[in-house]
Design a protein around this ligand. Structure first.
Ligand code: SAM
Ligand code: SF4
Length: 337
C-alpha cells in the first residue's frame, strides 16, 4: 500500500510521510469584529449558497473522522455567530473516534454561550485578545467591546473550561508594549496565552503589514525581562513553541510562521467556509470538497477518495513574505485561523 493510501487503521498520510490527524473548519466567513490585520472595514462576505450548509459541514467532519482525524477545531470568521452553530457542535462532538473538539472564538458571544458549549462537548476554547486597553481594543477590532470579551472569558471559566487560552496577534506600535501585561493577565487568570505573528493573508486596507511586523523573538526578549520562561518539550505539529512561566501554571506559546520552520511536522489541513480543503495555510493548493459533495449527494466513498487523493498535493512547506502584498488572497476569516 502506498504512503498516501488509507492504511488498515484509516490514516491520512501525505507523500512526505506526515500523518494528518488534525482538521480545522471555518464554519462562516462572517464576523461581528473587523480586526485590522484580518479584514477590511468594508467586507463583502460570501453569498449563502457558496458556503457549506451545516449538514455538509457535519458530513465532512464525520468523513474526516472516519479517515483518522482525531482533533477538530471549529473556527471562522466568528463561529458562534452562525445560526445553528451549537447544534452542529453537539453533533460533531459526539462523533466516534474524535478525541478533541476545540473552538477558536473572539469571545463576543461567550458570555451567553459558554455553558452550552461545555454541554455540547467542546474540550477547550481559544479566545482572541490583543489588548487590555478598551480604546485600543476598539481600534484594533473596529467594532469590538473589551468588557464583553472579558465577561466571556469569565463565563467560560465559570462553565468549567480548563486551560483556556488567549491568542494575541502582536503588531509593532499598536500593541507590542502590552506583551508583559497580557502575560500577567494570563497568569492572574490561571490561563494560557499564545502570541501570533501576523501573516500576509488577504488584502486589508489602512494597515501596512511590513511596518507592523513584530517577531516572536522580540516578544520573548521583552518577556524575559519580567518572567522566567522555562522551555517545555510540548510538540503540537504546528508552528507553536511553548514555555512554562516559572511560579505559575500558565504557559506561553509563540506561533511563528515567519521565523521558525515547522512544516516538516505539519499534521493539519483546513476546510474553508466555502468548502475548499486547504492543504497548507501558506499555499493555494486545495480541492473543492463542496463540489464533490454536491455532485455526489450521499456518496461518502467518492468524498473519501477525493480527500485521500488530496494528500498527494499537500505542499512540503510554505513561504510568507510580510513585506509584500499578499500572494494568498484569502482572508484568515475564510480560511479559518
Ligand atoms: N473570530 C475568531 C477569533 O478571532 O478568534 C476565530 C477566527 S480568527 C481568523 C482566528 C485567529 O486568527 C485569531 O486569533 C486571529 O487573531 C488570527 N488572525 C486573523 N488574521 C490574522 C493574520 N493576518 N495573521 C495572523 N493571525 C491572524
Ligand atoms: Fe473576526 Fe476573528 Fe478576524 Fe477578528 S480575527 S475579524 S474576530 S474573524
Amino acid at each position: 500500500m502506498s504512503m498516501n493510501q488509507v492504511s488498515s487503521k484509516m490514516q491520512l498520510i501525505d507523500r512526505f510521510g506526515r500523518r494528518v490527524n488534525y482538521l480545522r473548519i471555518s464554519i462562516t466567513d462572517r464576523c461581528d469584529f473587523r480586526c485590522v490585520y484580518c479584514m477590511s472595514e468594508e467586507m463583502t462576505f460570501l453569498p449563502r449558497a457558496q458556503i457549506l450548509t451545516l449538514e455538509e459541514i457535519y458530513t465532512l467532519a464525520e468523513t474526516f473522522t472516519e479517515l483518522g482525524i482525531n482533533k477538530i477545531r471549529i473556527t471562522g470568521g466568528e463561529p458562534l455567530i452562525r445560526r445553528g452553530a451549537l447544534d452542529l457542535l453537539e453533533k460533531i462532538g459526539s462523533l466516534q473516534g474524535l478525541d478533541e473538539l476545540v473552538l477558536t472564538s473572539n469571545g463576543s458571544q461567550l458570555d451567553k454561550m459558554a455553558g452550552k458549549l461545555k454541554t455540547a462537548g467542546i474540550k477547550r476554547i481559544n479566545v482572541s485578545l490583543d489588548t487590555l486597553n478598551a480604546e485600543k481594543f476598539r481600534r484594533l477590532t473596529r467594532t469590538g467591546d473589551l468588557q464583553q470579551v472579558l465577561k466571556g472569558i469569565q463565563a467560560a471559566k465559570s462553565a468549567g473550561f480548563e486551560r483556556l487560552k488567549i491568542n494575541a496577534v502582536i503588531l509593532k506600535n499598536r500593541n507590542h508594549n502590552e506583551v508583559t501585561d497580557l502575560v500577567q493577565f494570563a497568569v492572574d487568570q490561571d490561563i494560557d496565552i499564545s502570541f501570533i505573528e501576523e501573516m500576509p493573508l488577504g488584502y486589508v486596507d489602512e494597515h501596512n503589514r511590513g511596518e507592523t511586523y513584530y517577531s516572536s523573538d522580540q516578544i520573548k526578549t521583552d518577556l524575559d525581562k519580567r518572567f522566567e520562561l522555562l522551555p517545555t518539550p510540548e510538540k503540537t505539529g504546528g508552528p507553536a513553541k511553548y514555555f512554562r512561566i516559572s511560579g505559575s501554571t500558565s504557559k506561553v506559546g509563540f506561533i511563528s510562521p515567519h521565523s521558525h520552520n515547522f512544516c516538516s511536522t505539519c499534521n493539519r489541513v483546513r476546510i474553508t467556509a466555502e468548502g475548499r480543503l486547504l492543504l497548507c495555510l501558506g499555499n493555494e493548493h486545495s480541492i473543492d470538497l463542496k463540489r464533490v459533495i454536491r455532485a455526489n449527494p450521499g456518496d461518502k466513498e467518492v468524498l473519501k477518495q477525493s480527500i485521500i487523493k488530496a494528500m498527494l498535493i499537500k505542499p512540503e512547506r510554505h513561504e510568507f513574505n510580510i513585506k509584500e502584498q499578499p500572494i494568498i488572497m484569502r482572508h484568515m476569516s475564510v480560511t479559518g485561523g
